[in-house]
Ligand binder design. Structure first.
Ligand SMILES: CC(C)(COP(=O)(O)OP(=O)(O)OC[C@H]1O[C@@H](n2cnc3c(N)ncnc32)[C@H](O)[C@@H]1OP(=O)(O)O)[C@@H](O)C(=O)NCCC(=O)NCCS
Length: 180
């Protein structure tokens, strides 16, 4: 039933048409939850799709259902999974879990030697990450790449992050370390 309804795969140029829907939903969902997020523009999302650094979920009729993207930091020492979003129409069907599995596969394929991490305030994401082998860490275990942390500037909680010298904030950090 699930596999008949949704197609989950690495995104490409042909999915750029969904970029605006995705960023609008990211913003509306964050407002509804009253949490901070790193805001992303449709152009940024399109770039991730074109670079083969994103996973998209569509229904079998071509309706957008979910999205997540990856980016490498610290000269490839780390790869972050970011921007997970499932359309409100399709939540609680197990879609986030399937998207995260696909994103994990993509991360391992593109960056086999990198540590994989994510920042989240969401219980669902923490649960899925744990199932995939991520564990909670302090921010000092994450990348020190300035450009990654600049991504937090658009979050409402950025002053909290900076007041703690980037050592802590409202998001839980979770890390996967590849087996040597
Ligand atoms: C969070 C979100 C991605 C979950 O998507 P989803 O497709 O509904 O999640 P799934 O159906 O795959 O659920 C995975 C697990 O998390 C649990 N879960 C889902 N939503 C949850 C919630 N709001 N609170 C607690 N647990 C939740 C499910 O029960 C499921 O566990 P189970 O299979 O053991 O019952 C979706 O609600 C969303 O897009 N929210 C807005 C954006 C957001 O919060 N993104 C994450 C930012 S880090």
């Amino acid at each position: 039933m699930f596999n008949q309804k949704f197609i989950i795969k690495p995104a490409g140029e042909e999915h750029c048409q969904y970029a605006e829907t995705i960023t609008n939903e990211m913003e509306q969902s964050a407002q509804a939850r009253g949490t901070g997020i790193a805001k992303r523009s449709p152009e940024y999302i399109k770039t991730k799709m074109r670079e083969g650094k994103a996973v998209i979920a569509l229904t079998n009729t071509g309706e957008w259902a979910g999205f997540c993207y990856i980016e490498a930091w610290g000269h490839g020492k780390f790869v972050a999974n970011s921007g997970l979003i499932v359309s409100p129409n399709f939540r609680k069907f197990g879609l986030a879990r399937e998207i995260k599995k696909e994103v994990f596969k993509l991360s391992r394929k593109k960056y086999p030697d990198s540590k994989i991490f994510g920042l989240t305030t969401g219980a669902a994401v923490m649960k899925i990450n744990s199932e995939l082998g991520y564990y909670p860490v302090s921010y000092s275990d994450l990348t020190t790449d300035e450009d990654f942390w600049k991504g937090c500037q658009s979050c409402v909680n950025y002053p909290i992050l900076m007041s703690k010298n980037r050592s802590n904030c409202l998001c839980t950090a979770m890390l996967y370390e590849p087996k040597t």
